[in-house]
Every structure is written in C-alpha cells, then in structure tokens.
Design a protein around this ligand. Structure first.
Ligand SMILES: NC(=O)c1ccc[n+]([C@@H]2O[C@H](COP(=O)([O-])OP(=O)(O)OC[C@H]3O[C@@H](n4cnc5c(N)ncnc54)[C@H](OP(=O)(O)O)[C@@H]3O)[C@@H](O)[C@H]2O)c1
Length: 290
C-alpha cells in the first residue's frame, strides 16, 4: 500500500469533463496518480465507468464517475446538482470537453453545438459550481482552449452560425470565448481564493473532431498524427495549472507548454468579455449574480 499523504494532490477533489478520451482522460489519469480524488465526467455511462475503473486500477486516489451530455443544459444542471450533493468540496474544475463539427448541428436546446459545448457548457458548469469552489479555496478553474483562439472572432450578430456556418469559424470563436470567459471570470474572482486560467494543450493525437471531420482534417490528420503529442504530453499543461504549487496565486493567464503566453489581442478586450458573459448568462438562464 502506498502512503497517499506523500502525493502532491492528496486531499484534493478534481472534476474533469470530457474524461473518457484524449486529453481529458490523460489529465484525469495523471492527477489521480498524484493522489487527487478524481471525478470523471463523460456522456456515455459505459465509457465513463470503464475510464474510472481503469484509472482506479492504475492505483492511486479515489475515482468517481458521473454522466452528462454537456451540450444539454438540463443534463448539465442535473450533473451540477449531483456534484454539489456528493462532494462537500471541489478544489479543481477542469473544463476540457470540447469538439469540432464541420457541419452545423443543434443541441437538445436548439443551440449550435460548438458554441453550446465548447463555450456555454464550461460557462454554466463553472458558474453552478463556483460557490462550492470558493468555499473550498484555494481552488482552481482550468479551461482547455486552443491556439485556434488566435484566429477567433466573436460574431455577436451570428453567434450560432445561423446565417453562415463554418466548422473552423465556429471552433475558433468558441476557443476565443474560452479565453474571454477565463479573463472575465478572473476579474470577477478578484479578491477570492479561486484562480481561473486557460491553456493550449499542443497538437495532440486524440479522437478530436472525428464525429464530423472536414475534408482537410480527413486528409491531414493521418499524415500529421505521427508528429502529434501523445495524450500524456497533451495533458501536461492542464495538470500543471491544476496542481503546481507556484501557480496557487496565478490567475487570468493563458498557458502553452506549461508556460504563460500572451493570447490574441481580441482575448484581452474586457468590453467584449463582459458582453459575452451577459449574453451567455441569458442563453443559459443563469441568475445574474452581479
Ligand atoms: N487534440 C488537439 O490537438 C487539441 C488542440 C487544441 C485544443 N484541444 C482541446 O482539447 C480538448 C479535449 O480535446 P481532445 O483532443 O482530447 O478530444 P477528444 O479525444 O474528442 O475528447 C473529447 C472528450 O470530450 C467528450 N465530449 C464530447 N462531447 C461531449 C458532450 N456533449 N458531453 C460531454 N462530453 C463530451 C468526449 O466524450 P466521448 O468519449 O463520449 O466522445 C471526450 O471525452 C477540447 O476542448 C479541444 O478543443 C485539442
């Protein structure tokens, strides 16, 4: 038997979304190895249970599995209720689930899928868990963005690509939204013991975008795959932001390769961030907290 107390994340409860595959799974695994009590969130009960079982068998901290299709606000709200009931403290929330869809899909709520899953889901889940994170402080919110943020533009006139949809445009917008959300959250958390940071994981060999890939993706990914990072390498920055003791006070930053980086000029526009926050609160029916 190992002595759990010697591990750096012992006693920490960490929620990881999109933990059934790719970067999220490796993130959950890595943090469990560091002694964290990991809560893996997946949309498919079988895959999620199997992931939890495998991480548990690798032997370290406690692992629990919870299910929700995060593109559904009803399921997301139930999940948040279940988490708040089950866990008196949540030390780290890792908003990792996300994807790319080449053609326009809508969710159960009638929202464009990329915007709903990549942006509104982390926005809503974080807000629903925020008080518990604050009570658990020092706590951390980690959101997986992408270098695609640099090409993003928030089109308030057509946020959901109803007039013109492109998978790349929707994805880039959602990853810029991850940063605007993170920076606005950081401003709102000022003076509290909760940090908010975002990251680019690198180009990682995962199942990313496989549900509805574009032509370029179908052609390029098999060629690029040998040069991509492994999922363990791709999880390194998420794990670093979630756990590094020297980042306890660091907030409102964008990381790549475990190092703070400047993000696009657009991501630092506080007026856009505030507007996106308000629009997102309206779209998710979040009660304004001021
Ligand atoms: N791979 C890269 O090179 C790369 C680069 C930059 C940024 N990223 C970002 O990294 C994050 C993780 O991506 P990945 O590459 O690991 O992709 P992935 O292999 O496709 O994994 C995505 C995870 O999200 C889950 N998920 C998808 N839709 C969901 C939904 N509606 N509700 C709940 N969970 C859902 C998936 O669950 P299932 O098992 O059920 O499918 C899976 O666990 C994403 O935010 C992505 O934008 C990736």
């Amino acid at each position: 038997m190992q002595h759990g107390h010697s591990k750096p994340m012992t006693g920490k409860t960490v929620v990881v979304t999109g933990a059934t595959g790719g970067i999220g799974r490796a993130t959950a695994h890595g943090l469990a190895m560091m002694g964290a009590h990991v809560i893996v969130i997946g949309r498919d009960p079988k895959r999620t249970d199997e992931t939890a079982k495998e991480i548990r068998a690798a032997g370290s901290g406690k692992v629990d599995a919870f299910f929700a299709d995060l593109s559904s606000q009803t399921q997301l709200r139930s999940l948040a209720d279940e988490l708040l009931t089950a866990f008196p403290r949540i030390d780290v929330l890792i908003n990792n689930a996300g994807g790319y869809w080449n053609t326009r899909h809508t969710t159960a709520d009638g929202l464009e899928h990329t915007f709903a899953l990549n942006h509104l889901a982390p926005f809503l889940l974080t807000n629903l868990l925020l008080k518990r994170l604050q009570l658990s402080g020092p706590a951390r919110v980690v959101t997986v963005s992408s270098n695609a943020q640099a090409m993003g533009r928030i089109n308030f006139n057509d946020l959901q690509g109803e007039h013109a949809y492109s998978g790349a445009r929707a994805y880039n917008q959602s990853k810029l939204a991850n940063l605007l959300f993170t920076y606005e959250l950081d401003r709102r958390l000022h003076g509290t013991d909760v940090t908010a940071n975002a990251l680019h994981p690198g180009m990682v060999s995962t199942g990313f975008g496989a549900e509805d890939p574009g032509r370029a993706q179908r052609l390029l990914v098999p060629i690029l795959r040998p040069f991509m990072l492994t999922t363990a390498q791709g999880a390194a920055t998420s794990i670093h932001i979630a756990s590094a003791p020297d980042l306890a006070q660091v907030s409102g930053r964008f990381f790549a390769k475990r190092t703070p980086r400047r993000s696009s000029a657009a991501s630092y526009d506080a007026a856009t961030a505030a507007k996106l926050w308000n629009v997102s609160a309206e779209m998710t029916g979040l009660t304004p907290t001021g």
